[in-house]
Design a protein around this ligand. Sequence first.
Ligand SMILES: Nc1nc2c(ncn2[C@@H]2O[C@H](COP(=O)(O)OP(=O)(O)OP(=O)(O)O)[C@@H](O)[C@H]2O)c(=O)[nH]1
Ligand SMILES: [Mg+2]
Length: 322
Amino acid sequence: MRLQFPSGVAGAGSRTRRPDPGPVAQPRGFLEKKMAIPRLRHAVRTLFEVPAALQRLSRACSTFHAFTDVLRLPKRQMTKLVFPLRELERQLTPDSRLDLHVKIFDPSLEDISKAEAVFTATSRNRISYLSSAVRLDHAPDLPSPEVCFIGRSNVGKSSLIKALFSLAPEVEVRVSKKPGHTKKMNFFKVGKYFTLVDMPGYGYRAPEDFVDMVETYLKERRNLMRTFLLVDSVVGIQKTDSIAIEMCEEFALPYVMVLTKIDKSSKGHLLKQVLQIQKFVDRETQGCFPQLFPVSSVTYSGIHLLRCFIANITGNLKTDGL
Ligand SMILES: Nc1nc2c(ncn2[C@@H]2O[C@H](COP(=O)(O)OP(=O)(O)OP(=O)(O)O)[C@@H](O)[C@H]2O)c(=O)[nH]1
Ligand SMILES: [Mg+2]
């Protein structure tokens, strides 16, 4: 199956191809430096425009990268941060609680704690950017298991990867407000454990060669263990998401639906979206893992659980929770 995105959507705005800034690109030549100055000015201005409330929230949450800090929180607050689905489930009537699968992957706090080691950079566990590729035959040939992150442009793939790697702060993962920022498949090595791939987004401003690049990768990558398909929890499953879901189904890929940006919605709106998506997964999919993973890369909600899930499915953590 070819990814048939509606015309004017896939690749729109990508006719003039720019080199991928990549995770470590620095301005080299004169022109690039010149161009970087207005960009820098814009970035500084934007920084000061961030609403004070968001800055406060971000500051308050920045201490929750490490699970030891999370464990010190009052129980209710900790549950909300670590198991966001359970918090949503509390708002349902006992009858409708069955509609939400919150305990299919249900690791103990101890297991979640153990998974942190996999994501923590040390001299013995090097976590680093490896390389970028626009074609599968340029992808690094590695024996370790691999997981990849796909989703619409701007859904929050790179931000999620950055949050997952917050215990390895020297790893640079570029995020941007502008859709279509990631243009290549970016490979990151997590010690001897696994590799993780940040994909370009589909939809608005997708790279021209998106279909060939991503479709071939998904179909042929031998060590791909799991695909994480990100859906924006604010707007739910969009037309281009449905096409990507169809493709995962057709390729018989084992995939997992991650709901991003959960800090942006009210509890009520989020619950409505989550129930709708859960119903869709239950009725319309075969290859999708039945439990949803809501996350926020700003508050770190759901990040620790997702780290534990990835450590588990790549064979690096045995838990009783699956
Ligand atoms: N509030 C909030 N904003 C988020 C979150 N995750 C990402 N964002 C914002 O969403 C925008 C896009 O984020 P990216 O991580 O670059 O999105 P992407 O999916 O990698 O986008 P492409 O590389 O263009 O495909 C940025 O402005 C992020 O700051 C989140 O959990 N909460
Ligand atoms: Mg990106």
